[in-house]
Write a protein that binds this ligand. Structure first.
Ligand code: GTP
Ligand code: MG
Length: 326
């Protein structure tokens, strides 16, 4: 985007590094195509043939950041940083602007790059998955199960969405696909009781990780928040440290509304991590910056497709690179 040149660091042959490889970054870029286009379209024409950076350039950049849902706060932070570089004459050309923009964006995201570490001192490690209807909770649980199994961890699932009859079936399908047990009760059962039973059973069978699905009614409905609070309370009776992770699943397509949802869930039950899904289907991927800036909670994963491998650990550098590279 922006007509900027590619600037990838060469990778030493045989080097092992925590950083994503070029091919991972490239394919992430293709998954983020809609956001890349959203950010880039308004800028490309402007940059064509333009050598010098001035206030107008930054104004246009500001507009495109806002339209990609980066949000006022994060956008202001980025633009003020660039303005101060401009007045120090440190933004000589488009290349300097790209480097500065990359730095500035990374700075916003870096504090939220905290990958989920499964601590087996607590067995099972309990992950409570929450979020509104259709955000991608059940699908993300299926994908996470696959990841954990690949890491050699045993997993058990709790069908805590007792609100929708089809929800239990959907989770069971993911259980069957990954060959992991799913504990369920009849639709309408008490969610806290299902999740309690699952953790108890996992303790008895020495399972490493329990992932609990929950119902996804509107975040504005207090009964959902009450139900989630009860689940947390009841879990605490089996293991005072559980749940070890309360993971909010947010649909990136909700844009700025996602922010409000996150705040409400956090206030009601206390979140420890966020997964942002459907970044492949939206031009509002800038919401990741708004979430980082406003909430400061760990962003554990990003969802970039419907396939089983399409929930990826969040890396600030990789994300910014995928958005800004050509
Ligand atoms: N393109 C894309 N689709 C996704 C992603 N994550 C989830 N989905 C799709 O979003 C839809 C809803 O996902 P679910 O997992 O059923 O959502 P949920 O939060 O469990 O929904 P409820 O159970 O109704 O509360 C499904 O069709 C998923 O395949 C993603 O990262 N990208
Ligand atoms: Mg579901």
């Amino acid at each position: 985007m922006f007509g900027f040149g590619k600037r990838k660091k060469p990778v030493e042959p045989g080097s092992t590094t925590d950083q994503p490889t070029d091919s991972v970054a490239d394919s992430l870029a293709s998954r983020l195509a809609k956001t890349r286009r959203g950010l880039g379209d308004s800028m490309t024409d402007f940059f064509l043939g333009k050598k010098e950076i001035d206030r107008d350039t930054l104004d246009d950049l500001e507009t495109s950041l806002l339209s990609a849902d980066v949000g006022v706060e994060a956008t202001t932070e980025i633009i003020e940083d660039l303005q101060s570089r401009l007045s120090r004459k440190a933004l000589a050309d488009v290349d300097a602007l790209q480097l500065a923009l990359t730095d500035s964006m990374r700075e916003i995201l870096s504090p939220c790059e905290q990958t989920l570490q499964i601590d087996l001192a607590s067995k099972p490690y309990v992950i409570l998955v929450v979020g509104i209807n259709g955000a991608g909770k059940t699908t993300s649980i299926g994908k996470l199960t696959h990841q954990f199994q690949q890491q050699g961890l045993s997993v058990m699932l709790a069908a805590g969405d007792t609100f929708r009859a089809a929800a239990v079936e959907q989770l069971k399908e993911w259980g069957a696909r990954n060959e992991v047990p799913v504990i369920a009760q009849a639709a309408g059962a008490d969610a806290a009781s299902v999740i309690y039973d699952t953790v108890q059973s996992a303790q008895a069978r020495s399972i490493d990780v329990v992932i609990a699905d929950t119902a996804g009614r509107l975040h504005t409905q207090t009964n959902l928040m009450d139900e989630l609070a009860k689940i947390k309370r009841v879990l605490g009776k089996l293991d005072p440290t559980a749940p070890h992770e309360t993971l909010l699943i947010l649909d990136a397509g909700f844009g700025q509304n996602a922010l409000q949802q996150a705040q409400q869930f956090h206030q009601a039950i206390g979140l420890t991590g966020i997964a942002i899904t459907k970044l492949d289907g939206t031009a509002k991927g800038g919401i990741v910056f708004a979430i980082a800036r406003k909430l400061g909670l760990p962003i554990r994963f990003i969802g970039v497709g419907e396939g089983i491998d399409d929930l990826r650990p969040f890396h600030a550098n990789e994300f910014v690179e995928a958005l800004l590279s050509d």
